[in-house]
Design a protein around this ligand. Structure first.
Ligand code: COA
Length: 225
């Protein structure tokens, strides 16, 4: 099924490790026993597959920054536990998984999210995830509104993954706002609340957004501190 899907080229610079895996790569033998312990015996096949190819993409991304043989465990809030001095993110959807990592000297946080376009995004979530300004952008072009909503949703999931490890607390969808710039095809993000020292209200960041086959993916990194 994944034959011919090709691959996503790293959207990050060469200091970052990036990898994509597909369900064609699924093989539980690629995981460390400590990682497999996070898969409940009751996990359905889809969950086994996405967890496995996500971890495999993460191992491969780490190897690109010369880190090998490191099992990636899970924290109390399901976040991946990266090797000391490393930040990263994992995402999976449909048949693909993506992972990106970097040394803290190159990034304070990484966000990455992939969503399958025909997977159920309902306009109903617009009020939950969009500020008034974002909602206006989403509905401004009727024929693109579902795709725009998915772009905002994915960009917010990316931002969540980048910021979460910095504070170990959940940030809500409405605690930051995204403005789309068509020329650069990226969102300009702005914090609407104070998250922690160095990331106060008004802090800005960029979230890139691209399409690949039937997927939308978003990516970002926070500058090193
Ligand atoms: C965690 C979350 C971002 C995952 O996003 P998703 O689109 O459902 O799924 P993805 O495949 O893209 O990402 C899943 C991966 O995210 C990572 N992840 C999970 N929790 C995380 C956290 N707290 N911080 C960072 N990464 C996390 C994991 O690696 C997970 O994969 P794994 O379970 O195989 O290890 C999302 O489910 C979630 O819970 N969001 C919080 C809800 C919320 O309030 N969001 C506000 C966003 S502004």
């Amino acid at each position: 099924m994944c034959k011919g899907l090709g691959g996503i080229v790293s959207p990050f610079n060469n200091n970052f490790g990036f990898s994509m895996k597909t369900t064609a790569d699924y093989d539980e033998k690629m995981l460390y026993p400590e990682e497999l312990e996070f898969l409940s015996l009751k996990a359905v096949q889809k969950r086994r597959s996405e967890f496995c190819i996500g971890r495999s993409a993460a191992h491969s991304a780490l190897s690109k920054i010369d880190i090998n043989k490191f099992p990636i465990l899970k924290g109390a809030n399901n976040e991946p536990i990266w090797p000391p001095g490393i930040v990263g993110a994992i995402s999976h959807s449909g048949e693909i998984a993506l992972a990106a990592v970097a040394r803290k000297e190159n990034a304070a946080g990484i966000g990455l999210d992939v969503e399958m376009v025909d997977e159920t995004v309902s306009m109903d979530i617009i009020k939950l995830i969009c500020t008034i300004r974002e909602a206006e952008w989403v509905v401004a072009r009727k024929e693109q509104s579902l795709e725009r909503l998915l772009m905002v949703f994915s960009a917010k999931e990316s931002a969540f993954k980048a910021f979460f490890p910095l504070m170990n607390e959940y940030i809500s969808y409405l605690e930051f706002e995204l403005i789309w710039h068509e020329a650069t095809r990226q969102f300009e993000g702005r914090l609407l609340t104070n998250i922690r020292a160095g990331y106060g209200e008004g802090y800005t960041f960029e979230v890139g957004c691209k399409k690949f086959a039937q997927y939308v993916y978003t990516f970002m990194s926070l500058p090193p501190v």
